[in-house]
Design a protein around this ligand. Structure first.
Ligand SMILES: [Mg+2]
Length: 277
């Protein structure tokens, strides 16, 4: 099903806004937010069922941003979805703002405070078990980082999810192959990811993680295998959308200079203008 909303335009607008938020706040996680924002747009504007006026509606699909540091794109998407006014995004990182550098339950739409890596999938497993016991129709989505795969707790959760046959659980890996300190496979080799997750009893899919339309169509098809949890390996580019930030681990959380900010902003504005034509 083609989305009624143009997802690529929403992604372009979120990229521009999150860059501005980080620059204004004087800090943030640019590379990972630019990498993962298409996944969030696909989830919130194509896939998830939710009611922004009733964030705790029991029938809602659950989403956990396990890589909680990539929060700026998440805030942009939550505001666009109507959980809080878009004007509030400008308070990101400011004194007394509830928009912290990692998500908390103070922000409507946030299920779980995250940021300490390796915990989101375990919480998602608990929610998925609860859904099964309640015979509820909701699905649970958990977005993890690829560097996060080095956390042992991820694999404990993976084992439990297949043991309990959680076909209402979808894990997503933002697979940009970089983490704060360099190439993921150099820091701690996580490949081959397909074989490892398959061996833990998951049905594994691979997708272009910077194509929100394609991701939305894939999410629609899940679960496509009964009694197993599902993993989507989303192949992404860290720093996506800004030429000099792409595939450079320095932009994990480096703050742009004035010149770099202006250059990045011009590139993202041009992309947004193209999307709006
Ligand atoms: Mg990464």
């Amino acid at each position: 099903m083609k989305s009624a909303i143009k997802l690529t335009r929403l992604s372009a607008a979120a990229r521009l806004k999150l860059l501005e938020m980080i620059y204004r706040a004087g800090g943030g996680h640019t590379g990972g937010s630019l990498s993962s924002v298409d996944i969030l747009v696909a989830l919130y504007f194509h896939t998830l069922r939710y009611d922004p006026k009733d964030p705790d509606w029991p029938g809602r699909d659950r989403f956990i941003l396990s890589k909680g540091h990539s929060v700026e794109g998440f805030y942009c998407v939550l505001a666009e979805a109507g959980y809080f006014p878009k004007e509030e995004l400008s308070t990101y990182g400011a004194f007394n703002s509830r928009l912290y550098g990692h998500p908390t339950r103070k922000v409507p739409g946030v299920e779980v405070p995250t940021g300490a890596l390796g915990h989101g999938l375990s919480v998602g497993v608990g929610m998925a078990i609860a859904g099964k016991r309640d015979h509820a129709a909701y699905r649970v989505f958990v977005l993890m980082g690829d560097g996060e795969q080095a956390e042992g707790s991820v694999w404990e959760a993976a084992m439990a999810a297949s043991h309990y046959r959680l076909d209402n659980l979808v894990g997503i890996i933002d697979y940009n192959q970089l983490q704060i300190s360099g190439k993921v496979d150099t820091v701690m080799r996580i490949s081959p990811l397909v074989e490892r997750w398959s061996a833990f009893g998951w049905t594994v899919h691979e997708a272009d993680g910077n194509d929100p339309e394609g991701l939305g169509e894939l999410f629609d098809r899940l679960p496509d295998s009964p009694d197993t949890p599902h993993l989507v390996i989303a192949h992404t580019t860290k720093g996506k959308g800004v030429s000099f930030m792409e595939n450079n681990p320095a932009w994990h959380h480096r703050l742009p200079s004035v010149e770099e900010y202006e250059l990045a902003r011009r590139e993202l504005e041009e992309t947004l203008r193209r999307e709006e034509r």
